[in-house]
Write a protein that binds this ligand. Structure first.
Ligand SMILES: C[S@@+](CC[C@H](N)C(=O)[O-])C[C@H]1O[C@@H](n2cnc3c(N)ncnc32)[C@H](O)[C@@H]1O
Length: 249
């Protein structure tokens, strides 16, 4: 099995699932990436499956420019826009919608999720994850004044329309409420990126990385089947919450 991306068990898990789907559909699939950043996680996948169509949206013009460079030669279309109230064009249909590590940076979260729902048709599957790594110290009870001030400044700027550096922890109950209001249903939920395993991955020699990544994902999947119910408290151990979503209708 190919290693599509390094350093993140949740993204590798999602990309594996998408690659399986591409193979089942004879190499053809259309993917919308809502908050694509520099698009790098898709570079290997799109080169391996040249018939896959990829549309990436992000408000950050510099990140979009990097995505265009990273995905040059692929069947990719990068659009510079926030994912607020934008819809696919009339003749576009997506089999897969992804949102990787975006929600914790989005200021208007219900609006973002309502917009995501517009990109899903019946049969479309969405892979959405978000991270708690930026908030780890705080989750562990250490929230110095400098950090509080930075967070307050981020919120203040976002309230005045500059959302570029916004970030805030995503609470489990809030997320479920927004999903429900957006008409999205949870097909599968997991937690990934046990901090110690993620840190250790950086110390593994290059030639052992692939093997390590496979074992890392397998171990995290086994933890997910241990019968644990996720709560916000677990974000101090696991960096990423990962969902497979569909439209409720
Ligand atoms: C940590 S990056 C993740 C990028 C990419 N998905 C990845 O996994 O590498 C977060 C991204 O969310 C984007 N973002 C923030 N607010 C957004 C919004 N309202 N709509 C779409 N993207 C947004 C940022 O511009 C940034 O590129």
């Amino acid at each position: 099995m190919d290693i599509w991306t390094g350093g993140n068990a949740a993204k590798l898990y999602c990309l594996d699932r998408i690659a399986q789907l591409i193979t089942q559909r004879g190499g053809r699939l259309s993917i919308a990436d809502l908050g694509c950043g520099d698009g790098l996680h898709f570079a290997l996948l799109l080169r391996a499956f040249p018939q896959v169509r990829y549309v990436g949206l992000d408000p950050d013009a510099a990140a979009c420019a990097r995505a265009k460079t990273a995905l040059r030669g692929c069947n990719a279309d990068i659009r510079t826009t926030p994912v607020y109230d934008v819809a696919p064009t009339a003749n576009e249909r997506f089999d897969v919608v992804v949102s990787f590590s975006v929600l914790e940076h989005v200021y208007q979260r219900p609006r973002y999720l309502r917009t995501c729902a517009r990109w899903l048709q019946p049969g479309t599957v969405m892979y959405l994850n978000y991270d708690a790594g930026h908030f780890l110290a705080r989750l562990q009870g250490n929230y110095p004044w400098r950090e509080r001030f930075r967070d307050w400044r981020r919120r203040w700027r976002a309230m005045r329309g500059n959302e570029a550096d916004y970030q805030a922890f995503v609470r489990e109950n809030d997320f479920r409420t927004w999903l429900n209001d957006a008409g999205l249903a949870i097909q599968e939920e997991k937690f990934f990126n046990l901090y110690a395993l993620k840190e250790l991955s950086k110390a593994v020699p290059k030639e052992r990385q692939d093997e390590y990544l496979r074992q890392w994902v397998a171990y995290e999947l086994s933890l997910n089947s241990a019968g644990v119910t996720y709560t916000d408290r677990m974000a101090q151990w696991f960096g990423t919450r990962n969902f497979v979503l569909t439209r409720r209708d």
